[in-house]
Write a protein that binds this ligand. Structure first.
Ligand SMILES: Nc1ncnc2c1ncn2[C@@H]1O[C@H](COP(=O)(O)OP(=O)(O)OP(=O)(O)O)[C@@H](O)[C@H]1O
Ligand SMILES: [Mg+2]
Length: 351
């Protein structure tokens, strides 16, 4: 049994809740009467229990195998990134996972329930942001969110709070038909948050948003996760995925080509860190001693900075070789391989 203090999203009062990891607790705020559901966070482990289980999922459109035997798991309590180039099959996978399109084969389980048998029950505790968000143009955002609250059986008093959370409070009386693309996207995010679900599937949640709103959505995802939610999201913004995600799956041409933590991806792709060594009076010339060392790649010089890529164990040899040759090292920085590097290597290796 775990005791947690939860902040009411309405009046910000602190409420104490008790339960086992993964247990969903119905909370009524004693201060403002707002009702909500809270999932007691579970410990994140390497072998955490499974929230979303995809087995051999296949979707064929006429002559296109949009998803070709995809299998992966999203663990309870993790933020999971779903990546792939344009047309790789991300949206098709997500739509099939949610039963929005029929699949040609495979199985999808979310929180232990099968999407083909228990779709309605699954959606009661699921927040979904589609790739192309669209709402009735003649409704205001308040009317829109009220409508979704009714559909989900959620308390409508959350609507003004959600609109404030996504920065649309000033537009709450305007018709959605007058909204910009980014504003519609933000309304879509607010819609996904209704009912405090324990699981979120978001298809490109940051698409079309400026840097400020990307940051707000990022913080929202983090906060939901800290409160125990499991979040799977697709994105083209690899730096965001890198910052946020515990693990990622990469899909290319309908097939899952990797599923792991970002550091493990770099390891098994044998990716090496990049070094930047600042040397006094280098003046744009690569030192001969460096050209003569084995195991160094992508060597170049810009001003007093020498850049090169090598395995970590060669780093000290590079430094001593330079110092022994009389070079004075002022600074040295290491850049670990990025998710973008791993992504490009995986996709290129798969062509
Ligand atoms: N309704 C459809 N009819 C025919 N082909 C489709 C349909 N929907 C998707 N496809 C095809 O399936 C493949 C996968 O598309 P999907 O939209 O899943 O890719 P994606 O990874 O989400 O791409 P993006 O990053 O551009 O959103 C593409 O070749 C696409 O043209
Ligand atoms: Mg897509």
């Amino acid at each position: 049994m775990i005791t947690k203090t939860v902040e009411c999203p309405g009046c910000k009062a602190h409420i104490s809740v008790e339960g086992d990891p993964g247990e969903k607790i119905l909370i009524s705020c004693p201060n403002c009467d707002l009702n909500g559901r809270y999932t007691i966070p579970g410990a994140k482990t390497e072998t955490g229990s499974v929230c979303i289980e995809i087995n051999n999922l296949t979707k064929i459109y006429k002559d296109v195998k949009a998803v070709n035997g995809a299998s992966f798991n999203v663990r309870k309590g993790e933020i999971f990134g779903f990546l792939g180039p344009n047309g790789a099959g991300k949206t098709t996978t997500i739509k099939a996972m949610l039963g929005l399109i029929n699949m040609n084969g495979g199985q999808v389980k979310i929180n232990g329930l099968d999407i083909t048998r228990d779709g309605v029950k699954i959606k009661e505790d699921l927040g979904f942001l589609p790739e192309r968000v669209s709402f009735y143009e003649n409704l205001t955002p308040v009317q829109t969110l009220n409508f979704f609250c009714e559909l989900k059986g959620a308390d409508k008093s959350i609507v003004p709070i959600l609109l404030k959370d996504v920065g649309l409070e000033d537009a709450s009386n305007r018709k959605v038909g007058t909204f910009s693309k980014g504003m519609v996207q933000l309304l879509g995010v607010a819609q996904a948050l209704i009912g405090h679900p324990s699981t979120y599937i978001l298809d490109e949640p940051m698409s079309g948003l400026d840097a400020r709103w990307v940051r707000i959505i990022r913080d929202k995802i983090k906060m939901l996760n800290e409160r125990g939610a499991t979040i799977m999201f697709s994105s083209h913004i690899l730096s965001e995925v890198e910052n946020l995600c515990d693990r990622v799956a990469i899909i290319n041409k309908g097939k899952i080509i990797a599923e792991d933590t970002i550091s493990n991806l770099s390891k098994y792709l044998h990716m090496k860190p990049r070094l930047e060594i600042t040397i006094k009076d280098l003046n744009g010339k690569v030192p001969d001693v460096i050209n003569n060392l084995d195991g160094l790649e992508n060597i170049y010089v810009k001003g007093d900075s020498l850049f090169l890529t090598c395995v970590s164990s060669l780093r000290s040899k590079v430094v001593t070789t330079l110092e022994d040759a009389g070079f004075k090292i002022i600074d040295m920085r290491t850049f670990e391989p990025s998710l973008e590097d791993a992504f490009v290597k995986l996709i290129e290796g798969d062509t």
